[in-house]
Ligand binder design. Structure first.
Ligand code: BDR
Ligand code: CA
Length: 310
């Protein structure tokens, strides 16, 4: 089983990513850490605990991380995720307490105390916690198995014409994370915009018994509405589970070694993930970019996982 720390900001698609990780027999969810992103830290942490409660996730530490980006003011994703960060469904009252550790400490302690190459970091929000963790303890860069993150884009953005939300919220943190020597895969908008919850997908989820599937339908109902109104999507892109799905089964994505850096001083392009797709990447290249999604395989994994959550 692949052992992951899921660093998230739930968030509708984050919530589905948590359920995918929990329901997949190929994944061991070692910890859930939260970061200010789609909503404030307090709200996304509460949401993560509520999702854990709903899914019966026990004995998985949930730790809160950074309250705001490293340098910039925090701008939320309330236009897509609502005032609570998870508007739409009724959420259960969380029972499991928050882990007393700061998320950055939890990440460092876990990576340093578990066997080398055993932990995969899966960040699906702004990269603030991951950046601070690797600055706090640089040895995690050679100790983690890999980093598989949802974020970035090499064609078009969603927060600005060229900037994706997770990178745009904290570009300095993203700059740190992309420039550390760990193996890193960027699962960006080019693939997540293919992971659309179309009516056939909704019908498959509706056929699953149990409250997790019901909850996902309620999530997608609200999220589909904001994506339709604000971004003109006929069906909403379910970004974050794409990163988890790649850890479960790498065949879900097509990836290629590509040098990537993050723009920090562009007048129009700050937060852009600049990917050099001109030619073959050098031997030393440690970053991969996802370029394609096997849609059927992806949704099969999501549906199977939801069926495993009672
Ligand atoms: C990313 O931004 C957030 O709104 C989503 O949860 C996802 O992580 C997509 O750009
Ligand atoms: Ca997210």
């Amino acid at each position: 089983r692949r052992r992951i720390i899921l660093d998230c900001d739930p968030g509708h698609d984050d919530a589905i990513a948590i359920l995918l990780a929990h329901g997949s027999p190929a994944i061991e969810l070692v910890a859930i850490t939260t970061v200010a992103g789609n909503q404030t830290l307090a709200k996304v942490t509460r949401n993560a605990r509520a999702v854990a409660e709903l899914a019966g996730i026990r004995d998985v530490p949930i730790a809160a991380g950074c309250l705001r980006p490293l340098v910039r003011e925090h701008a939320t994703g309330a236009d897509i995720h609502g005032e609570s960060g998870l508007d739409g469904p009724d959420l259960p009252e969380p029972v499991e307490p928050v882990d007393p550790r700061h998320a950055v400490d939890l990440i460092v302690e876990t990576v340093m105390s578990e066997p080398a190459q055993s932990i995969t970091l899966v960040p699906i929000g702004p990269l603030t916690n991951i950046a601070l963790a690797v600055r706090r303890e640089p040895r995690i860069a050679e100790r983690v198995r890999e980093v598989v993150l949802m974020g970035g884009a090499y064609h078009r953005g969603n927060r600005t014409p060229v900037t994706e939300f997770n990178i745009g919220v904290d570009p300095e943190a993203a700059h740190i994370v992309f420039n550390e020597p760990w193996p890193l895969t960027m699962v960006g908008l080019e693939v997540t915009h293919q992971a659309l919850a179309t009516p056939d997908v909704l019908a498959r989820i509706a056929a699953i018994q149990g409250r997790a599937a019901r909850f996902v339908l309620d999530l997608l109902d609200f999220y589909g509405g904001t994506y339709r109104e604000r971004q003109g999507f006929a069906a909403p892109p379910v970004h974050d589970p794409c990163a988890v799905a790649y850890v479960i089964d790498p065949a879900v994505l097509t990836v290629r070694p590509t040098v990537v850096d993050v723009e920090l001083s562009g007048r129009l392009t700050t937060g852009m993930t600049v990917a050099d797709l001109r030619s073959t990447a050098p031997e030393s290249c440690h970053t991969h970019v996802a370029t394609g999604l096997d849609r059927d395989r992806f949704w099969d994994l999501v549906v199977e996982a939801l069926a495993n959550v009672p």
